[in-house]
Design a protein around this ligand. Structure first.
Ligand SMILES: *Cc1c(COP(=O)(O)O)cnc(C)c1O
Length: 566
């Protein structure tokens, strides 16, 4: 039946025919198997077969473990955009950061891929009832696809899963079983339940369709990067490397993902390896697996250079999605592959994560769930500690959308009240509304000038200030314009670049100080320039703070601004 792939056992190494839903090696009973395809044949034909196929994950059907695409089940999964994160890149000094926006799938997380391919395989195997344990998103995605396939689902969710997610699972008609305990405990209960009733159990990284579904993220990234203008040139191909002479897609230098059980990075790595083997790309990315510090068994093992991870029994993180305490063998597989390709495991705190959610929303317009923000927080941390080459092409998997914005992420004062019920004498409704709106404009806002010859840099600083403060903003593209603004606009603060053609930042400072009207306006210097000792001495006493471009986050600048204009 299934002739286009075979399952190779990772324990005994033997190959056997399989279907998408079959579970163990017929020789040694191991559940750890991987799909293999006829790479020579597919390598010859794939690139040509693709033209004319829609941009969703079924585009790569030759490399998926199902018989055929099932239009009754599909909701157009995969084919998510790759978005340039220009502002984040500017803040970090890394111009080539791309976001694989998996929020844009049918149920708003990258688990859509796993669910779509698995449910299609279950349907082909005529399975009509299945069991899973989940930290939320797997249950949501499977539930939606199970409805379309007419499969009944039992979902064991840990009580840590936010109520909003549980309700969504229930809305699809899935039987929700709330387990008061850890995710690892929920998995054990689900497995026992499935065994007793003889039902199919979703097995995460041990299920061939799951790993194969995640591969398509790699395929899409490589295809999307190939078409992007403005990326650094690839190194020349080794001479005489005939098998890779056809490469036309592109692997990034880094792939970042927040990691819980590790299925995602395992699948994505397999995808990039297959592309390399097919001759479609000529490199493999380094994988950065980022975990929440309160549940980071992989990071702990990685730092000890251990290929087995000790389970974390009681995860201490608010980020329930990432609360796999015992990654088991998935970590060992990841460890070996990461070692080969120069990747790493690192952790970030919940606090760094929540801060990063603000950065992404306010700088890039991306509202992501905490679990997705973990990957970005990891990126920020690694760039700052110098572990990433700033010119590298970086792709971050934006794994899921935030549904419930938890209170602890926003803090106090995140909304302003607009009271429309107050009686506003004899006015038409429109006038009443306008009058109410005018309540919002109270008093004079601090007046700040942004001085930089680079329009992108001005836009970034404007974004940062607009996102979280009431400021009247002015922009100057050069030194002369800045001095003019200072004389006419009663500024409360100047944010000044040093390197500008004609009149540079140093002479702006000199001229401001010479004029009694402008001498006391505080100045924050934001510069990309490495300052000499002499330049530093020159600035001393003339400015209030010095920030290096690419080395501060939006909040750092806001803190400085708030200190200076009260
Ligand atoms: C599942 C999930 C992760 C973790 O992925 P794994 O492949 O299980 O390690 C990260 N982010 C979101 C939003 C998820 O749903």
């Amino acid at each position: 039946m299934y002739t286009h792939f075979i399952a190779e056992c990772l324990d005994c190494g033997k190959q056997a025919p399989a279907s998408g839903a079959s579970s163990a090696c017929p020789y040694c009973k191991s559940e750890w198997r991987e799909a293999r395809y006829d790479y020579a044949e597919i390598g010859r034909t794939l690139a040509n077969s693709l033209s004319g196929r829609p941009f969703n994950l079924w585009r790569y059907r030759e490399l998926l473990p199902v018989l055929s695409f099932n239009p009754a089940i599909s909701m157009g999964e995969g084919g998510t955009p790759l978005i340039h994160a220009a502002n984040l890149g500017m803040m970090l000094g890394c111009p080539h950061i791309y976001v694989k926006d998996e929020r844009q799938g049918p149920t708003s997380s990258f688990k859509d891929r796993q669910a779509a391919v698995n449910i299609t395989a279950l349907k082909e195997a005529e399975i009509s009832e299945a069991v899973l344990a989940s930290t939320g998103n797997v249950a949501i995605a499977y539930s939606a696809y199970a409805v379309r396939a007419g499969i009944k689902l039992w979902a064991f969710l840990t009580s840590l899963v936010p109520a909003e997610k549980m309700r969504e699972v229930a809305l699809y008609g899935t039987q929700v079983i709330k387990v008061t305990g850890s995710y690892d405990q929920a998995k054990k209960v689900a497995a026992e339940f499935a065994r007793q009733r003889g039902l199919y159990l979703e097995r995460g990284a041990r299920s061939i369709p799951s790993v194969e579904a995640m591969k398509t993220i790699a395929f899409e990234i490589a295809e999307q990067l190939a078409d992007l203008p403005g990326l650094p040139a690839l190194p020349p191909q080794p001479v005489g490397n005939g098998s890779h002479s056809t490469s036309r897609w592109r692997a990034p230098d880094w792939y970042f993902q927040s990691v819980s059980g590790g299925l995602g990075p395992l699948g994505v790595q397999k995808g990039f390896s297959e592309l390399y083997q097919l001759g479609l790309t000529n490199s493999l990315p380094a994988t950065a697996c980022i975990q929440a510090a309160g549940c980071a068994p992989m990071v702990k093992a990685w730092e000890l250079d251990n290929e087995h991870a000790d389970p974390v029994r009681s995860p201490r993180t608010h980020i329930a999605t990432l609360a796999t305490g015992d990654p088991g063998r998935a970590y060992t597989l990841l460890y070996r592959r990461i070692k080969n390709n120069g990747g790493l495991c690192a952790s970030v705190s919940d606090e760094e994560t929540f801060r990063t959610m603000h950065v992404l929303a306010k700088m890039e317009g991306l509202s992501v769930e905490p679990a997705a923000a973990v990957a970005f927080a990891g990126l920020i941390k690694l760039v700052r500690s110098g572990q990433i080459n700033p010119q590298d092409v970086i792709v971050v998997n934006c794994t899921g959308h935030t549904m419930a914005i938890e209170g602890n992420i926003l803090g106090e004062g995140w909304a302003r009240d607009l009271d429309l019920s107050a009686p506003l004498v004899q006015e038409t409704p429109e006038e009443g509304l306008l009058a109410a709106l005018s309540q919002l404009n109270t008093g004079r806002f601090p007046r700040i000038a942004i001085v930089d010859d680079n329009p992108d840099a001005r836009r970034l600083i404007r974004r940062i200030l607009q996102a979280q403060g009431d400021y009247s903003l002015f922009e100057a593209a050069g030194g002369n314009q800045a001095i003019e603004l200072a004389q006419t606009e009663q500024l409360d603060l100047i944010i000044l670049d040093l390197m500008m053609p004609e009149v540079d930042g140093f002479s702006v400072l000199d001229q401001l100080k010479e004029n009694p009207k402008t001498a006391s306006v505080p100045v924050i210097v934001v510069t990309a320039k490495e300052l000499t000792l002499q330049e530093k001495n020159h600035l001393r006493g003339q400015i209030h703070s010095l920030m290096q471009k690419g080395e501060f986050l939006s909040d750092d600048l806001l803190d400085e601004v708030r200190n200076l204009v009260k």
